[in-house]
Write a protein that binds this ligand. Structure first.
Ligand SMILES: NC(=O)c1ccc[n+]([C@@H]2O[C@H](COP(=O)([O-])OP(=O)(O)OC[C@H]3O[C@@H](n4cnc5c(N)ncnc54)[C@H](OP(=O)(O)O)[C@@H]3O)[C@@H](O)[C@H]2O)c1
Length: 292
């Protein structure tokens, strides 16, 4: 039985990956900051959910010992980007190299470049560089926004649409190429059978480009709460985000608005690597968003 360590494996994408790798006979270690929050994973027979501080290098070294595969899925949309997106990937890559782990997979984000407009995207680019510095054979994936049951994108809009009479929408013309969570998982798992994927970076996109307005309108229609959408100009988008930054669980920040200034689309309309076919949003979203 092969052994895999999924760091950040308790989140939306990590849980889907854990289920798939568990079925593929991997023994999994899933570190978390708070075990009681991830009870859904403690029932997976192949998964060992452990409370651990993955920023601590001794803890990391202990977790890495004997692993065949390490996947880093830690990501945040606000907070200390330098620590979570740059320092931690560097520590993980260095520890994986020292422990002679055979495969390291790092989840970055589409649009991660050193000159991107947002700190989120710039820190993701710096994280990729940190990973490559210590573990040049790492495989890096850069997904566009990910959808699927439990996502925090369309599900979040569905929740807002259920209670709001209308939607004042920041960046309505922002463009995305949503990719299904199971397609992201399939790409990660497929890469394990392609030795030539080592040292490579793969953008991951769905089959179609949508504006944010289209995605919100589609979510409203599907969930049975179609609402008027008032597109906000850029200055008001920033103002709305500034106000939301003061809310405890505010769904948007000014940095998110900056991220949306670059189209979240794959180069030359590409979708998935390794001959995989991307699943359309319309084939999946009704399953978890449609009004019952
Ligand atoms: N979801 C998307 O649409 C999307 C799009 C592009 C790229 N990505 C990238 O894909 C990866 C997975 O995303 P996701 O949606 O699955 O994220 P998620 O659901 O928010 O999960 C994030 C994971 O990271 C861990 N984590 C968060 N902050 C941490 C910190 N400061 N220190 C240590 N661990 C921390 C959490 O673990 P505990 O809370 O259990 O400790 C959790 O397991 C991320 O790198 C993200 O940037 C996601």
């Amino acid at each position: 039985m092969k052994k895999a360590l999924l760091i950040g494996g308790t989140g939306f994408l990590g849980s889907a990956l854990a289920c798939r790798l568990g079925r593929a006979d991997f023994a999994l270690t899933l570190p978390t900051r708070r075990r009681e929050r991830v009870k859904h994973l403690t029932v997976l027979p192949a998964a060992n959910v452990v409370e651990a501080d993955v920023h601590d290098e001794e803890t990391l070294a202990r977790l890495m010992a004997g692993q065949d595969l390490v996947v880093n899925l830690v990501g945040i949309l606000k907070g200390d980007f330098q620590r979570a997106h740059v320092e931690l990937p560097g520590k993980i890559a260095r520890a994986a190299a020292v422990a002679h782990v055979s495969r390291l997979i790092h989840i970055s984000a589409l649009g991660a470049t050193a000159d991107a407009p947002s700190e989120y995207l710039r820190s993701k680019a710096a994280g990729e560089a940190a990973v490559k510095a210590f573990f040049p054979q790492a495989t890096i994936f850069q997904p566009s926004v990910i959808f699927g049951r439990g996502d925090s994108f369309l599900t979040l809009f569905a929740g807002l649409l259920a209670i709001a009479p209308l939607v004042p929408l920041a960046c309505p013309q922002a463009r995305f190429t949503p990719v299904w969570v199971e397609d992201v998982v399939s790409s990660i798992v497929a890469s394990l059978d392609y030795p030539e994927s080592q040292g490579q970076t793969y953008p991951l996109c769905g089959p179609r480009i949508y504006t944010l307005r289209e995605l919100v309108a589609y979510t409203g229609w599907l969930s049975g709460h179609p609402r008027p959408i008032i597109g906000l100009p850029l200055a008001l988008s920033y103002l709305q985000a500034l106000i939301m930054e003061w809310l405890p669980n505010g769904p948007m920040t000014r940095d998110n608005v900056r991220s949306m200034q670059v189209p979240n689309v794959c180069p030359e309309g590409s979708t998935l690597p390794f001959g995989l076919t991307a699943t359309p949003l319309e084939a999946v979203a009704p399953d978890y968003l449609a009004k019952r």
